[in-house]
Ligand binder design. Structure first.
Ligand code: 13P
Ligand code: SF4
Length: 352
């Protein structure tokens, strides 16, 4: 849906005035959930700012609010719509805030992979999907005894998965899957890639961990050359990266941590420390502002265009319409999908 011109032409300050007035009018009926990668002018209005796992938990808890406005990307809003109460309404200010990685593994492709791999191994396989996927793929995992994970609990969910069956197929992020399995001690030789465009099940015969060939362009943009350049410029710097980065970048860094893990990592460094961060630039710049006693620099500049689709103008329009009882970009998931997707989400949340 195109933003009406009257809103598209608002200045940031004018949009902020609309947002403030609408928030005051809606009072406790409204909760705004905001991901860490949002721009500051959106984060300023979040009732809660968090990573994907924290926002999922929050969506499951805020039972008093009638409306949840989700400032993040599509799959996160979809998850909120599945975890909130049946009468609550979830809205996303811009429907085109779509994570490209979530589209890299469709349910249909997953079914083909599953059929080929269970023909090899019988039922000795459990599906795990990263939260960064659509509800129908989460439902597939729920239906086949699997679970969802986020970057904050991927290792814990994988441990659980390996306690269920001998092998895991992990959708859709090759890098989070590989980094988490390596951290658990799975040998690199037992971690193999499933390419949905060139499937070769026989070549995977000895694998224990099958990682889908998907990636986040925001995090794979960081290279080992970036790490070396930071080490040359700031010899004492710590380097912390998100586990969606490649295994080579993770190996050359001091730490890999989820979004909330990165926030804690920077907070816990002593005053005077220097840290370079390999994640979305809005979070890096906010951490630099929030930690003036430390030198906080980006490993390189990398922005998530999908997160950036959420503008103050779009949020102002969404909230103004809400004060009139109209729903802009309501996010809903069919009940048949929700039933099994929630099973996979519940398995994750129960492990917390
Ligand atoms: P988190 O699970 O760290 O919030 O990550 C979500 C995401 O989209 C990272 O690219
Ligand atoms: Fe998707 Fe990457 Fe953006 Fe996260 S940072 S929403 S994985 S494109």
């Amino acid at each position: 849906m195109k933003l009406p011109q009257a809103y598209a032409s608002l200045s940031e300050q004018q949009a902020a005035e609309h947002i403030r007035a609408a928030k005051a009018a809606l009072g406790p009926d409204l909760v705004i959930l905001t991901h860490h990668y949002q721009r500051d002018s959106i984060v300023a209005f979040g009732d809660f700012v968090g990573d994907s796992l924290e926002l999922s938990r929050r969506a499951a808890q805020v039972r008093d609010a009638r409306y949840i406005v989700f400032c993040g990307v599509d799959f996160m809003a979809e998850t909120a719509a599945m975890l909130c109460g049946p009468k609550q309404v979830v809205l996303i200010p811009d429907r085109t805030a779509m994570c490209p990685m979530a589209a890299m593994a469709t349910r249909q492709q997953a079914v083909l992979a599953w059929d080929a791999l269970t023909a090899l191994w019988g039922d000795d396989l459990v599906p795990v999907t990263y939260q960064n996927s659509y509800a129908d793929l989460k439902a597939f995992c729920g239906e086949h005894g699997g679970a969802v994970c986020t970057s904050a609990n991927a290792q814990k969910v994988l441990q659980w998965a390996f306690s269920q069956r001998g092998r895991v197929i992990f959708f859709p992020d090759e890098h989070l899957g590989r980094n988490s399995a390596l951290a658990l001690g799975v040998p690199a030789s037992q971690i193999r890639v499933w390419d949905p465009d060139a499937p070769d099940p026989q070549a995977l015969r000895d694998a224990r961990m099958i990682v889908w060939k998907g990636f986040c362009h925001v995090h794979t943009r960081f290279t080992t050359a970036d790490v070396d350049a930071i080490r040359a410029r700031y010899p004492d710097a710590k380097i912390v990266v998100h586990p969606e980065c490649t295994a080579e970048v993770v190996a050359r860094s001091d730490a890999a941590a989820s979004t909330s893990g990165i926030v804690r990592y920077v907070r816990d460094l002593p005053a005077g420390a220097t840290v370079a961060i390999g994640t979305e630039i809005h979070l890096v710049e906010r951490l630099a502002a929030q930690n003036p006693d430390k030198t906080v620099v980006p490993l390189a500049r990398s922005q998530c265009g999908a997160m950036y689709r959420i503008t103050p103008q779009a949020l102002a329009y969404t909230l103004d319409e809400l004060t009139q009882g109209r729903f802009v970009n309501r996010v809903r998931v069919p009940k048949t999908i929700q039933k099994w997707a929630n099973k996979a989400l519940e398995r994750m949340l129960a492990l917390a």
